[in-house]
Design a protein around this ligand. Structure first.
Ligand code: SAM
Ligand code: SF4
Length: 342
């Protein structure tokens, strides 16, 4: 007697060839954005035609398939996730997994431009924590970095999130000559309102019209400079992401470092990334990808899809080898961060 479960009923956890279990899915729900951050996009972007996008129902089906296979954390990202039309429908749909106890966390990464509008809806959908990207507290610099963004609006979004009871983590990309002397202010700002701050190194993803070797500021240098003014205490705190945290004794707050270039964080990688067209990237720093849209659309049940997910996870690479190539000045990976999400 055959007692193997039908493919679409598979519930076995996703384990990659290196024994890492995949429990975290990041989903980019749109490649579009209302900002044009200099390290992320060029000013004139060609976005995907709308008809190439998965529908929200398809995104829900895909995410739910991953939840059935043991994914416990879903991060909705982009592009700017909150500019996707009707995106709250997706949050509401996915929140059923929180209610059922099959998902631990539903969260998002946002530039904050639409937060004032959506913060309380997000909270209603079971979102507890969000990542808000904000690289500077200076309105002019903010405009220069984001090209199209408005700091006052984002600060309004941050306040709305706090009022709604969302726990906010602030992400700032460390940029040479731009915000490198503002890190102390960002620490005081974030910790003063009970938020963690995470610093990110620029990653060589996608052509951006600028020169990344000019922007790149190693966090090892930032950290060394911080030691002149702050006491950094190593702590084991982890959020399931790649950040390494310290506690700043003077503020009591946490400071995270995401250092893809100076520190290889691949050994404990538990995540895969899904684009808004249903392409699954098994590693942020590699080009290999699996198409899940065709298997998703191939049948109404999830049997073909489950097979495709298994085949993709079996190809998850050991790690990436990002470099910012000084000779060619070409990105290590051609796609932009807004395609796979941060
Ligand atoms: N639009 C949302 C936002 O900005 O938070 C979500 C998507 S964005 C791609 C996610 C994160 O990636 C942001 O914190 C952003 O600063 C960061 N990011 C974008 N391009 C990057 C790059 N080339 N290197 C490092 N971080 C990058
Ligand atoms: Fe948009 Fe986020 Fe990229 Fe900035 S970092 S351009 S806000 S997707």
């Amino acid at each position: 007697m055959d007692i193997a479960p039908a493919l679409d009923e598979r519930t076995s956890p996703l384990i990659d060839p290196f024994g890492r279990s995949v429990s975290y899915l990041r989903v980019s729900v749109t490649d579009r954005c209302d900002f044009r951050c200099v390290y992320c996009m060029s000013e004139h972007m060609t976005f995907l035609p709308k008809q190439d996008l998965l529908t929200l129902e398809e995104l829900d089906r895909l995410c739910s398939a991953f939840v059935r296979r043991g994914v416990r954390k879903l991060r909705i990202t982009g592009g700017e996730p909150l500019v996707r039309k009707n995106v709250m429908w997706l949050f509401r749909a996915l929140s059923r997994h929180l209610d059922e106890g099959t998902l631990d966390e539903l969260t998002l990464t946002t530039n904050g431009s639409q937060l004032a509008k959506y913060a309380s809806d997000l909270k209603d959908c079971g979102v507890e924590r969000i990542n808000l990207s904000m690289d500077t507290l200076d309105p002019q610099k903010f405009k220069a970095i984001t090209r199209w963004g408005d700091l006052t609006n984002v600060l309004g979004g941050l306040e709305a999130a706090e009022r709604a009871g969302l726990k906010v983590k602030i992400n700032a990309v460390a940029l040479k000559g731009v915000n490198e002397h503002e890190i102390d202010d960002l620490i005081r700002f974030a910790h003063g309102r009970g938020a963690d701050l995470t610093l990110i190194e620029t990653m060589p993803l996608g052509d951006i019209e600028g020169d990344r070797t000019d922007q790149y500021l190693p966090l090892s240098l930032v950290r060394a400079r911080l030691l002149d003014r702050w006491t950094l205490e190593d702590i084991p705190y982890r959020t399931g992401g790649p950040a390494r945290y310290v506690r700043i004794k003077e503020t009591g707050g946490r400071l995270g470092f995401i250092t893809p270039l100076t520190h290889n964080f691949c050994e404990s990688c538990n995540r895969v990334r899904l684009t808004c067209t249903g392409t699954l990237y098994m590693c942020l720093g590699q080009d290999d990808a699996a198409d899940l849209r065709a298997p998703l659309r191939a049948s109404k049940d999830d049997s073909v899809l489950m097979e495709a997910i298994d085949a993709a996870i079996a190809r998850k690479p050991k790690g990436h080898d990002f470099i910012i190539d000084r000779a060619t000045r070409k990105p290590a990976v051609a796609r932009h961060m807004s395609v796979t999400g941060g």
